[in-house]
Structure formats: structure tokens, C-alpha cells
Design a protein around this ligand. Structure first.
Ligand code: ADP
Ligand code: ZN
Ligand code: MG
Length: 495
């Protein structure tokens, strides 16, 4: 009987070299207070200057989220007491943010869902407080670094949906290479707004859960909060509008403060920065920098390569992995495109992934890996046209990685091509059938007596022995043919 509404405010750290309004380095992990200057330390009388790269990245995300970029956009001062932002206001955007009224399509439980984006605005981050015993220290390195805040309409309904939205937005901004998406380091942070109301009665009174630094916490906090609000309403109460925090040790949200109203910030236009006039030339420049986005790429992989949605999803998690996948498929000439693609997808999700995990190669670093697309293509081709067995293929992968050499060279040098020469195969079959005469005779008898199941078992056993004898190099199908022929002949001799 209840309905829940969730709207997210997601801050992403833009990957600019310098801060948004001064030329200090924007780096994570430097010695405290080494990347600072009078501008980002908020000294009186200094002038901010907009970093164009930050604006461009913001505009790129805005367009990727189908937002419109207004003809005129500007910055406002958001007045607030920040111990970690000494000028006591934050330069942000309020009346005409750089991205407005868009949407992002996401996939949840195999279904597409559209979430409206209210706006994207560019702003500066605050410094970082470090509480050490009885003292608090401030590191201003982060103060003034470029943040893009992405605000959704309250179109999400459950913790799981919010979690999926954040994961897919994270993938999008990583694809665009404008944010590393690292939630633990705070490069992507989410505040979640949630309300519950009687179904059909519209939005309820919202509670904001702040500073969630993992998408799992977003899910847990929201599901907890939805249940809590339902209980308040069930008991005939009203939900208090407030800001709450997720306590990860107690698995619950806890009240932090009652929410100050938006007008308390006394926004007014930043007098030291000009209004930006956006023209068509700029719009098309940004449009030109947009590439195929993850969801479109996933759909194309399903459509053009015949991958399953799960396979496409896994491969498109990282742009570098998707690029690698396509490069391998391109390099395979001996197989039809769809078959090549399916085989490559299987390798990437299983054996290649295992080696990558073991050797610490991240999906985002696969483009620099010595095991190049051409090398994987060689293995898939060798296997696909039956030149090597599956078992050998895995060994070749290992060696190609550890010796940094081409699979073709490894196979040739070690003589690992499958043996398809009938005479050679017959020789192996001969050896095994003599040594395993008992099984061989029993197989012949089983076939004679019409016990097909027993016959199949014994023949598979003999095939296995031949493969072992040849160290996996005989072509299993040919061996099977030879053995069955031999058993047939044995029967003839007996009569
Ligand atoms: P505020 O003025 O408090 O900042 P906004 O209108 O800017 O509120 O919305 C902030 C976020 O809260 C947005 O993501 C929006 O979708 C979400 N939101 C607004 N009202 C509600 C509500 N009643 N229930 C759930 N989420 C809401
Ligand atoms: Zn600075
Ligand atoms: Mg707001």
C-alpha cells in the first residue's frame, strides 16, 4: 500500500590535472597542504579563473546524460560555514546549471528503466578534515578540486535500483574517462533522498542520507530507511524531514541534523566569474567528443555478435575490455564473426580473467597487457579450427603470458598441433588397445550384445587412454572414429 521515492545526488571528481578555479595540482594522495595557493585557501582579494577542461568534462557528462546545455550558464556562491573551505562559501551553480533535464537509461533485472536527470552542476570540493584524538587537522589539497554534481528526479524505488543506477553511472563516467569512479577514495560520492507515501498519493516527506561511500551502503541505507519510514507511517506518525547518516557498524541510519532549507544558502551570482555564453560551435565540439556509451555498446554486442546480455554486460563493464574484445574478434579470420565472438567472450570471462586476476592485470589495464588481442585471437583460431585441443589451448595461454611470446610460435616450437595423421593416430590406438585388451574385448562384446551404454563407456575410456598416451595431442574425434572402427573389426574376426 506504500510507494517509495528515491532521488540521488551524486558527486563525481573530475579527472582534471588542475583545480577548477586555480592552477594548483588536483592530485590524490600528496603530502597534506602541498597543492594549495591563495585562491583555494580562500585568501581575501584573490580571483578565481575557470578551468576549461573541467567545464568541458562536465558538459560531456551532461550530454551523455541527455541533458540540454543552456545558452547561458554561470556560477553562484553557496554561503555556508565550512571549516574546510575557509572563504565560507562554495562556488557552485544554482539557477542555470551546465546540464539540465536529461535522463539515463539503466538495466535492472534484464529490463530497461529510464531515470530522469534533473541537472548536472559544476562546483568546487572542500578540503578534508582529519580528526586525530583531541585535535582536528585540515588538508586543503582537495579544496577547489572540480566536482560535478548529478541530481536525479525521484524516479528510483528500491535500494537495489539505486545501487544499480550508481554502478551504471559509474561505468558511464569511467567510459567517458572523466572520473575514476573510486568510491572508497571519494571520487564518487552519493547522497540519497528517500520518502514513502501511500500509493498514488505522490511524494512523501523526504529524508536525506548523506555521504554514502559504496553502492552497497546506498542499497542497505535506503532499504533500511524505507522500512523505518513505513513503520513511522503505520504507527500514525509523520516522517521528520532531516539528514541522516548510515552507521555501517550498526546497519542502521541515524539522525544527524534537521535539514536546513535551500534558501538558507543565500545563493547569489559569483561576481568574479563571467556568465558563459554557449554557442552551437561549442555544442557540436562536445557532441563530437561523445563516443558510444556502455548501454548502446552492450546492445550492439548482443545484436551484432549474438552475445547474451550477461556476457555483453561483463565485457562492457570497462571500455578497455570492450575495446580488447572487439580487437580480438576483428583479428580472427578463420571463424565466422558470431562464433568467434562467442568463443572470445567465453575466454575473457573464464581463463583469461583467471590469469588477469592472478597477475593483477585490471580490466582497465588490459589494453597495455603484453598478452595482446592478436595473441588471444591466435589461440581462439587454433582451437576453433581444431589444430589444438582445449587442454593444450589453456597451456598455451599460460605460456604465452609467462614467456611473453606468440601462441603460434609456442605451438609450432613444441609440436603441439593436434595429430590428425591417420597412421600416427592408429599407432597410438594400437598401443593402447593391446595394453587395455580386457577393456577392448569387453567393448566389442558389449556392442555385439547390444549393450550400447556399456559400449559407450568403454570406448570413451579407451579414447581417454589414447589422448593421455599422446599427451593430449591426438584429435579426440578422430581417435574415437579409429577405436570404434577397430572394435567393429574385432567383432568381425570373432565370427
Ligand atoms: P532540496 O531543495 O532539498 O535540495 P531538491 O528538489 O533539490 O531538494 O532535490 C534533491 C534530491 O532529492 C533530488 O535527487 C530529488 O529527486 C530528491 N527528492 C526531492 N523530493 C523528494 C521526495 N519527496 N522524496 C524523495 N526524493 C526527493
Ligand atoms: Zn590553488
Ligand atoms: Mg537541491
Amino acid at each position: 500500500m506504500y510507494q517509495s521515492f528515491i532521488g540521488l545526488e551524486i558527486h563525481i571528481h573530475l579527472l582534471t590535472d588542475t583545480k577548477v578555479f586555480c592552477s594548483c595540482k588536483a592530485a590524490f594522495g600528496s603530502e597534506p597542504n602541498t597543492n594549495v595557493c591563495p585562491v583555494c585557501l580562500g585568501h581575501p582579494g584573490v580571483l578565481p579563473a575557470l578551468n576549461k577542461a573541467a567545464f568541458d568534462m562536465g558538459a560531456l557528462v551532461a550530454r551523455a546524460l541527455n541533458c540540454s546545455i543552456p545558452d547561458r550558464t554561470w556560477f553562484e556562491r553557496k554561503q555556508y560555514f565550512y571549516p574546510d573551505m575557509p572563504k565560507n562559501y562554495q562556488i557552485s551553480q544554482f539557477a542555470s546549471p551546465l546540464g539540465q533535464q536529461g535522463y539515463m537509461d539503466m538495466v535492472i533485472r534484464g529490463q530497461k528503466k529510464r531515470v530522469r536527470i534533473k541537472e548536472c552542476h559544476l562546483e568546487e570540493d572542500a578540503g578534508k578534515m582529519i580528526h586525530a584524538g583531541s585535535v582536528s587537522l585540515i588538508d586543503y589539497n582537495r579544496a577547489g578540486t572540480a566536482l560535478l554534481e548529478i541530481v536525479t528526479e525521484p524516479d528510483l524505488e528500491t535500494g537495489a535500483e539505486a545501487e544499480a543506477f550508481i554502478q551504471q553511472l559509474r561505468r558511464l563516467v569511467r567510459f567517458l574517462r572523466v572520473c575514476d569512479g573510486n568510491m572508497e577514495e571519494g571520487s564518487l560520492r552519493a547522497d540519497a533522498n528517500v520518502s514513502v507515501n501511500l500509493r498514488g498519493a505522490g511524494l512523501g516527506r523526504k529524508v536525506e542520507v548523506k555521504n554514502l561511500n559504496s553502492s552497497r551502503f546506498v542499497r542497505l541505507a535506503l532499504d533500511y530507511e524505507i522500512e523505518r519510514q513505513k513503520e513511522v507511517l503505520d504507527a500514525g506518525g509523520v516522517v521528520k524531514q532531516e539528514t541522516r547518516l548510515w552507521n555501517e557498524n550498526r546497519d542502521q541510519t541515524e539522525s544527524m541534523r534537521s535539514k536546513e532549507d535551500s534558501h538558507d544558502y543565500r545563493f547569489f551570482p559569483e561576481p568574479d566569474l563571467p556568465v558563459l555564453e554557449i554557442d552551437e560551435a561549442y555544442r557540436s565540439e562536445i557532441q563530437g567528443r561523445l563516443m558510444e556509451l556502455p548501454l548502446d555498446r552492450m546492445e550492439r554486442f548482443v545484436r551484432d555478435y549474438g552475445l547474451s546480455l550477461e556476457q555483453a554486460d561483463y565485457i562492457c563493464e570497462e571500455r578497455a575490455l570492450a575495446d580488447y574484445f572487439e580487437a580480438v574478434v576483428q583479428a580472427i579470420e578463420a571463424l565466422p564473426k558470431e562464433e568467434a565472438a562467442r568463443r572470445v567472450a567465453l575466454w575473457l570471462a573464464a581463463d583469461v580473467k583467471r590469469v588477469m586476476n592472478r597477475d593483477g592485470v585490471g580490466a582497465d589495464g588490459i589494453g597495455q597487457w603484453s598478452f595482446s588481442p592478436r595473441r588471444l585471437a591466435q589461440i581462439v583460431e587454433l582451437l576453433g579450427r581444431g589444430a589444438i585441443s582445449g587442454k593444450i589451448a589453456k597451456q598455451v595461454l599460460e605460456l604465452s603470458v609467462s614467456e611473453d611470446r606468440d601462441p603460434l610460435a609456442i605451438v609450432q616450437e613444441r609440436g603441439w598441433q593436434l595429430i590428425q595423421d591417420p597412421e600416427l593416430i592408429n599407432r597410438y590406438v594400437q598401443i593402447v588397445c593391446e595394453r587395455e585388451a580386457g577393456s577392448f574385448d569387453e567393448a566389442a562384446a558389449a556392442r555385439e550384445g547390444g549393450n550400447l551404454k556399456r559400449f559407450e563407456t568403454l570406448s570413451a575410456y579407451l579414447v581417454g587412454k589414447v589422448l593421455a598416451e599422446s599427451q593430449g595431442r591426438c584429435d579426440a574425434l578422430l581417435v574415437k572414429e579409429h577405436i570404434e572402427k577397430k572394435i567393429g573389426e574385432a567383432k568381425k574376426c570373432a565370427c
